[in-house]
Structures are given as structure tokens and as C-alpha cells.
Design a protein around this ligand. Sequence first.
Ligand SMILES: NC(=O)c1ccc[n+]([C@@H]2O[C@H](COP(=O)([O-])OP(=O)(O)OC[C@H]3O[C@@H](n4cnc5c(N)ncnc54)[C@H](O)[C@@H]3O)[C@@H](O)[C@H]2O)c1
Length: 277
Amino acid sequence: MSSGRFAGKVVLVTGAGSGIGRATALAFAKEGADLVVCDVDEAKLDDVSSAARAQGRRVLARKVDVSSAAAMQSFADEVHAAFPAIDVLVNNAGVAVTGGLRDTTLEDWNWVMGINVMGVVHGCHFFVPRMIDRGRGGHVVNIASAAGFAGSRLLLAYSTTKFAVVGFSEALRADLRRHRIGVTAICPGFIRTNINEASRRHGRFAEPAALERSRRLMERGASPDLVAEKIMNAVEHDQGLVPVTAEAHLIYALKRSAPDLLATIWRRLEAWQAPEL
Ligand SMILES: NC(=O)c1ccc[n+]([C@@H]2O[C@H](COP(=O)([O-])OP(=O)(O)OC[C@H]3O[C@@H](n4cnc5c(N)ncnc54)[C@H](O)[C@@H]3O)[C@@H](O)[C@H]2O)c1
């Protein structure tokens, strides 16, 4: 019998192979939860599954692309054959596209919208109805970003997807309240993960100097463990929108109280990131 803050719960984390997803899956496992995890990277998925099993947890791990409705449907069928419903759904899988309008192809738009927006919708569509039917409540955590409340010209498509996740989460929270299912949008600032390596960038954004600046920025980021802890707190205290890291709190506060000042600061940061533009 496990013990811990989430003992006896089943927690599903998408994109659990790396970064925030990995830290979150292992944090819930450490707190007693059994895991359902998916990722497109099978080797990383095996690694996180072994680490959770070593803690004595049950783990159901599958290679799944969250942007595919068919793959998510099969995944949900398998999960619901093993568990009546999951207790906590963490829609974490995400990718980034760097650049503005002329740097972003339509193929990039479809890719990033498919994973960051439809991936989150698919998670909810295929897993929340079972939570509702079971009638024991639950929680949905959607990983948005500070880029979900302050648009950046260097992250045009990414910002678009994260604004969508923030809006979706707010509306879904109102929708699911009567079923005692909480919904949280987690909005981290800079976190040290592999997201940069996996991101799409073209032309001047793919040049070594630009990559190096981006790498330096991410290096200063916070640990994914911090995000994992904030996620667990948000579930326990049913928080709606949670900025994570000092810069995310600052951006959130300035956006509401001093948007012009935020725009000036943002322009400076963008000029440092892309001085040639
Ligand atoms: N790192 C940051 O600074 C930061 C800040 C704010 C928000 N976020 C968000 O946090 C989430 C996790 O990102 P991360 O920083 O840990 O990045 P990461 O690249 O380290 O991890 C993302 C994981 O998602 C998986 N993945 C990618 N596409 C997938 C798909 N189609 N289906 C299933 N899995 C897929 C990857 O294989 C990887 O294991 C993302 O939604 C990201 O937008 C990150």
C-alpha cells in the first residue's frame, strides 16, 4: 500500500519523457500515485517508467502522439480497460516554433497547433467524460506558459497556442465545476528543459549566434521540479491559473496593471534575443 499526498490516485501525464512532464510524473509517483504516461520518444518514456516502477508504482506507458485523435482514442481505450477513470490529467506535451509571421510556415502552424492546442483538447475529450461518469471528481492540469498572457513577436505561433490553452482552461473550469473536477492552467516562465532543442526555427533564428542566445536564456531557467511542485499544489488547492517563476508572476502582474511598461520590457528582451531584427 502506497503512502503520500496522492496515494491511491492515478495520474496521467502526456509528454512525460522529458523536462516538466518527466519531473511531474516522478513527483506524483514519489507522492504515491500510479502513473499513465505517454510520449512520442519511446526511449525517454522507458526511462521515466523504470524510475517510477523503482519507486513501487504501477505504470502504464504508451508511445502516443497527442495531436492524433485516433491514437488518443486507442490510448484512452487501453487506459480505461485498466482503470475505471484517471484522477488527475496533466496535458503537458508541447513544442515551440520560434519566429514571427514571415518565419512561420503553414506547416509549422499546423504542427504546433496540433500538439499544443489539439493535444490538450484530445486529452480532455478522451479522458474527462470517464471522470465525470465515475462521479468522484478529479483534476485537469493544462500546461500553458507565461507566453499565454503576453504575446511575443519571437514566439508568434507558440504564444497563439498558449493563449488558447489559457482560454480553454478558464472555460473548461467553469464547465466542469459542477462535476467537482478542477481545472488549472500552469504558466511557467523559463524552465531548463529540452524544449529549445525540439523547437522549430528557420533562417536567422537557426543561426549559431541565435541558438546560443536562446540556449543562454534557457540555462538561466528554473528547475522542472519547481513546476512539478506547483502542479501538485494546484491540484490540492484547486487553483485556476498559476504563474510559475518570478518572471511569470511579473509578466502576469504587469499585463493587468501596467501593460505599456510590460510592452517596453518585452521589446528590450526581444531586442536582446534577436538584435539583428
Ligand atoms: N521549458 C520552458 O521554459 C517552458 C515554459 C513554459 C511552458 N512550457 C511548456 O511545458 C510543456 C513541457 O515542455 P518542456 O519544456 O518540458 O519540453 P521538453 O521538450 O523537455 O518536453 C516535452 C516532451 O513532450 C514530448 N512530445 C512532443 N511532442 C509530442 C507529441 N506530439 N505527443 C506526445 N508527446 C510529445 C517530447 O518528446 C518531450 O518528451 C510544454 O507544453 C511547453 O510548452 C515550457
